[in-house]
Design a protein around this ligand. Structure first.
Ligand code: C5P
Length: 420
């Protein structure tokens, strides 16, 4: 997978450093040349010996080592890499990158680099959520530095939250995306993501459960494939997908408006958990708790997916999502027909599947055949949301390659007819 590619892996301080050993193993297994820089903090968690043994190369640790400077300076280390990965990326190294500090080999190499950089942050959830870290992340994503993770779960300190480093397999998946030859270059994609919130009054709302992780992963994979991605998202805790244009919305109505404003596009993917109903008359003041509970009158929201799929500027490929708690196959097939989309990603969100807010998903892909007479169905294994996104984007790439081939045939056929 990574033949002839050189990956520079920077391992900074954090308990997640042990996962980097597995990452090196995965990179080597896929034929990448791996060079490693181990920061002082990183070497508290993994030894230079194990990093060197797995990467089958010496490890770089010291900016001032004469030997390093003569034989492999930090400039050359960054120049010979096709991609730089920082995993784990500590809050400290992220802060140094955001502010252009260069006081050790890792930060100096990063500052001297003109290569794509992928960060896999890992830290305590409070450190991740701290506005200082969030501001630094925003600065870095605006500079087109890509992020994978962090994910949520239990941490080494015993607390639970968002801050765990992504799994090595997900990082490998993100790396794979980096080495595409931008197959979706020139195509515009719209991805809706997250929940919509429908206000009851200025402080209360009804909403859907959605972390936005699946839509975020899809937008990220599309950016890597070279598409011009417009990410229209309801309220989530995720940073904007690096390289995408993010439009933040709150209600279904705002989401529809943003989508219509962004059309035309080549691809539409509706991962958003759009509320099916909104409050008929939102109160302009906070409804008092005293007295009888308010009788909320609901009205249906517009179906964004259906609107796009029947629009005069209908994208070439319209993909819907369908969360079901029962009869997945039957309901998903009906939804595909009813909403006039081309593909529908169905997922079982019954309690047994434990999908909401998790980093894994188990989906089935329903597709209309080209003549739209039949529907095919493929069940995917349970896998990370990053892998689901990558697999879906790989399918999209194949579809557009096929369309291009067909178009070329059409032109050739027309020419043949013309010359007959
Ligand atoms: O009908 P249901 O909500 O299950 O359909 C799910 C699909 O339709 C998702 O792709 C979702 O983004 C989209 N949807 C929409 N507008 C709505 C409701 C759902 O675009 N009002």
């Amino acid at each position: 997978m990574f033949k002839d590619k050189t990956i520079l892996l920077i391992i900074s301080g954090g308990i997640a450093a042990y996962k980097s050993l597995e990452l090196i193993r995965g990179l080597r297994k896929n034929n990448a040349r791996v060079r490693c820089i181990l920061t002082k903090g990183g070497s508290e968690f993994v030894t230079p010996m194990s990093v060197s043994a797995l990467s089958e190369h010496e490890v770089y640790t010291d900016l001032w080592s004469l030997k390093d400077e003569r034989e492999m300076g930090h400039i050359q280390l960054s120049r010979e890499a096709d991609l730089i990965i920082v995993a784990p990326a500590s809050a400290n190294l992220i802060a140094k990158m955001a502010h252009g500090l260069a006081d050790d080999l890792a930060s100096t190499t990063l500052l001297a680099s003109d290569k794509p950089i992928l960060l896999a942050p890992a830290m305590n959830h409070m450190m991740w959520n701290n506005p200082a870290t969030q501001d630094n992340i925003k600065t870095l994503t605006h500079r087109n530095i890509a992020l994978i993770g962090p994910v949520s779960g239990e941490m080494a300190c015993g607390e639970t939250g968002l801050g765990r480093m992504g799994e090595p397999d997900d990082i490998l998946c993100a790396i794979q995306g980096f080495f595409y030859d931008r197959p979706l270059n020139g195509l515009k994609a719209i991805v809706t993501s997250g929940p919509t919130f429908e206000p009851i009054d200025p402080v209360r709302f009804i909403g859907n459960r959605s972390s936005g992780k699946q839509g975020h992963a899809i937008a990220t994979a599309l950016v890597r494939a070279g598409a011009d991605v417009h990410y229209i998202s309801g309220s989530t805790h995720l940073p904007p997908p690096s390289g995408a244009t993010e439009i933040k919305v709150e209600t279904a109505q705002e989401m529809l408006k943003a989508v219509e404003h962004t059309l035309p596009a080549d691809i539409f993917i509706g991962t958003a958990a759009v509320c099916d109903w909104t409050i008929d008359q939102t109160s302009t003041h906070k409804i008092k708790k005293e007295g009888d509970p308010p009788q909320l009158i609901l009205k249906e929201t517009s179906d964004i997916l259906k609107t796009v799929a029947t629009h005069k500027d209908r994208p070439h490929l319209v993909i819907g999502f369908g969360a079901e708690t029962e009869n997945l196959k039957e309901n998903a097939t009906n939804k595909l027909k009813r909403k006039n989309c081309d593909w529908l990603v169905g997922n079982d969100v019954s309690e047994t599947q434990n999908v909401f807010g998790q980093d894994e998903n188990q989906v089935c892909l329903f597709k209309y055949t080209d003549d739209r007479k039949d529907i095919t169905y493929e069940e995917w294994d349970r896998m990370s949301k990053t892998r689901v996104a990558q697999k879906l984007v790989d399918e999209i790439i194949m579809t557009f390659e096929q369309t291009n081939r067909d178009n070329i045939h059409d032109i050739t056929d027309t020419k043949n007819i013309a010359t007959q």
